[in-house]
Design a protein around this ligand. Sequence first.
Ligand SMILES: O=c1ccn([C@@H]2O[C@H](COP(=O)(O)O)[C@@H](O)[C@H]2O)c(=O)[nH]1
Length: 236
Amino acid sequence: MKTSPIIALDFESAQKTMDFLRAFEGNVNVKVGMQLYYKEGPAMIAKLKERGFDIFLDLKLHDIPNTVKSAMEVLAGLGVDLVNVHAAGGKTMMEAALEGLDKGTPAGMKRPSIIGVTQLTSTDERQVQEEQLIQATLQDSVLHYAKLTKQAGLDGVVCSVHEAAVISEICGPEFLKVTPGIRLPESGAHDQKRIATPEEARKEGSTHIVVGRAITGADNPREAYELINARWKGME
Ligand SMILES: O=c1ccn([C@@H]2O[C@H](COP(=O)(O)O)[C@@H](O)[C@H]2O)c(=O)[nH]1
């Protein structure tokens, strides 16, 4: 994927999505999540590909290895650029995901990159310890999942900006650190717990930032995108 911000297309229909994208050229990255994909399916991906967008299909697969492998085999045929699984599904599940992706990628096409979700950016320290009953800090838990993801042969992780630097140290700078939870200083956190600005993401070594509501909820989404892109790339 290009290094420009990945816009989270959390819309309820193809119509609303394409209306929103009218202000954008095909040279931006977009993310299709559960809401849009479950509503519109593969036809939505085809529409976005037609317009030339790079696509992150964010379905966060988490199931037994055989099921994830078969599902990835299907997703590989869609022609998206990036897919993901939950690292909590374990190393064997992630290896199976990669196997399915390799198997399903049509001849002559590049295999989509695949990353593991460590701890959701809506999770905080208390939840890790009290709800997940993990006897470690949130950062150690994220780092553990990052190492597991790397051992399984995946291309990187979803994490927050706050863990990107330490993951780079341990897993290497080229290991993808795709970081949601991006906010401008003036915007609210909503349901996110581990938030950061585009500038912090650049300084901490995120390879990609995912931005939803700070762009889609703005009065002028194109202007918000340009501002975030400039701050992310250090052009402001
Ligand atoms: O840990 C994660 C993994 C995925 N997401 C997704 O990113 C966007 C963020 O949207 P905002 O409106 O910018 O909060 C959303 O689609 C999530 O499903 C995440 O936030 N955290």
